[in-house]
Design a protein. Structure first.
Length: 431
């Protein structure tokens, strides 16, 4: 995929550049991202995770072909060239089927990879790090790499059969804690050691050679490691570059490889920029974007309550809370403490388990009513100032329309702007 290989080539020439990956399936988040990339004339990398989208539908109800079609249709409707759109699959492997024996889980993973590649996803993160029902805990590097090589071979064969050429790029490795934010309270994280990173690379190189995949090594552009960034429900582990110096130096010895940093959500703009400078050139962001969506919707719901009597309001927050209580499967194992602590977490946690509930029909009806209620008459400027102060400044400057939809999109784009700025890159004298 030329956009990604060119990004890596430029980074390796001394440009402090990178790319961010939008890891979300929410239509408003995707619209915000597409519109932002369009206005800045940049490629856009959008990734689906193996729990969001799989051959059975995932929690979004979409197969890889469905997701690909949905994103491309949305891009076309917004005038964004699909040639600048890159679709990736994240944590592709047996993750969804860890409760099954390894043979059955890997059979499902085989089909998962085939469905992603045949649908047109070009960036493939191979992640077989999780133990299945009858596996040892933890898995050895050799087992993980062997399973990844098995999936890579299927990916290559599928790509050639479907498109006549194998033009996939790959990312290998995984981060700790698990994707999507830590379940437990975090204080400090251990940064991946250079030796551990090299061991992962060499195990995969050996496994790929055994499968006859030597020629794809230059297309393995990313290694997932733990740079020391993560978030839990109410805390963020900020990037501390001095702890990642050795790891950063280690990747400089590989001509076609950069690091991919997961769970960079909620890092400061300065930390994001430093991550890219330190060769964590692929930044993943997901929950921070739906967190921003939730912030905007809660703010609009508060404005609605100020303007309308209760019987005419959408009651979005109450509907959301009731649905989450009726269907606790997406948050119950993540949020702990007394009833008030869990209530606060349901609404405000950095982990943003709310994102699993937006597709619910009851919540969607309330959302649509909220938008209609606030679109009928101009929203009073003092209320925008009170609840969406960053957007208020743009409205006052004439740079932003004060409609509910535009306020939501712009609030999400405030996060995207931080990632864009971090990835812009500055050419060094040696470039």
């Amino acid at each position: 995929m030329k956009h990604l290989t060119e990004m890596v080539e430029q980074h390796k020439r001394g440009n402090a550049n990178g790319i961010y990956a939008v890891c979300s399936a929410h239509p408003l988040v995707l619209e915000a991202a597409i519109r932002y990339a369009h206005s800045h004339q940049t490629p856009l990398l959008i990734e689906a995770t193996s729990n969001q989208v799989d051959q059975f539908g995932g929690y979004t109800g979409m197969t890889p072909a469905d997701f690909h079609g949905f994103v491309c249709k949305l891009a076309e409707s917004l005038g964004f060239p699909t040639s600048h759109l890159i679709l990736g699959g994240d944590h592709l492997g047996p993750n969804r089927w860890q409760n099954l024996p390894a043979q059955q889980a890997m059979a499902n993973a085989d089909a998962l990879i085939k469905s992603y590649v045949s649908a047109g996803f070009k960036k493939i993160h191979l992640d077989c790090s999780m133990s299945c029902e009858d596996d040892p805990v933890p898995l050895t590097d050799a087992i993980v790499a062997g399973r990844a090589a098995r999936l890579a071979k299927i990916a290559e064969e599928t790509c050639r059969a479907q498109f006549g050429v194998a033009d996939l790029v790959y990312v290998i490795g995984t981060e700790v804690p698990v994707p999507g934010g830590a379940h437990e309270t975090l204080t400090e994280l251990e940064v991946t050691t250079p030796n551990a990173a090299r061991a992962t690379l060499e195990a995969h190189r050996h496994a790929f050679e055994k499968e006859g995949l030597n020629d794809i090594w230059p297309r393995i552009i990313g290694l997932v490691v733990q740079p020391g960034v993560e978030f839990d429900h109410a805390h963020v582990c900020d990037y501390q570059p001095q702890k990642a110096v050795a790891l950063s130096k280690m990747v400089e010895t590989y001509d076609t490889l950069v690091f991919e940093a997961h769970s960079t959500d909620y890092q400061t703009p300065q930390a994001l920029r430093q991550l890219v400078n330190d060769h964590f050139a692929i930044l993943k962001v997901g929950p921070a974007l739906t967190f921003a969506l939730r912030e905007a919707l809660f703010s609009l719901a508060a404005i609605e309550e100020e303007l309308l009597p209760a019987k005419a309001s959408s009651g979005l927050r109450h509907v959301l809370e009731n649905v989450m209580l009726d269907r606790p499967e997406y948050w119950q194992s993540h949020y702990h403490g007394d009833s008030n602590a869990r209530r606060l977490a349901r609404g405000y946690s950095y982990s943003d388990r709310v994102r699993y509930y937006w597709p619910d029909s009851q919540i969607d009806v309330a959302f649509e009513q909220l938008v209609r209620n606030l679109a009928d008459d101009p929203i009073p400027l003092p209320l925008i100032s009170q609840y969406l102060p960053l957007q208020y400044s743009k409205v006052r400057e004439g740079a932003l329309k004060s409609t509910p939809r535009e306020l939501i999109i712009n609030h999400i784009q405030d996060i995207l702007q931080q990632y864009h700025a971090a990835c812009e890159g500055v050419t060094t004298q040696n470039a």
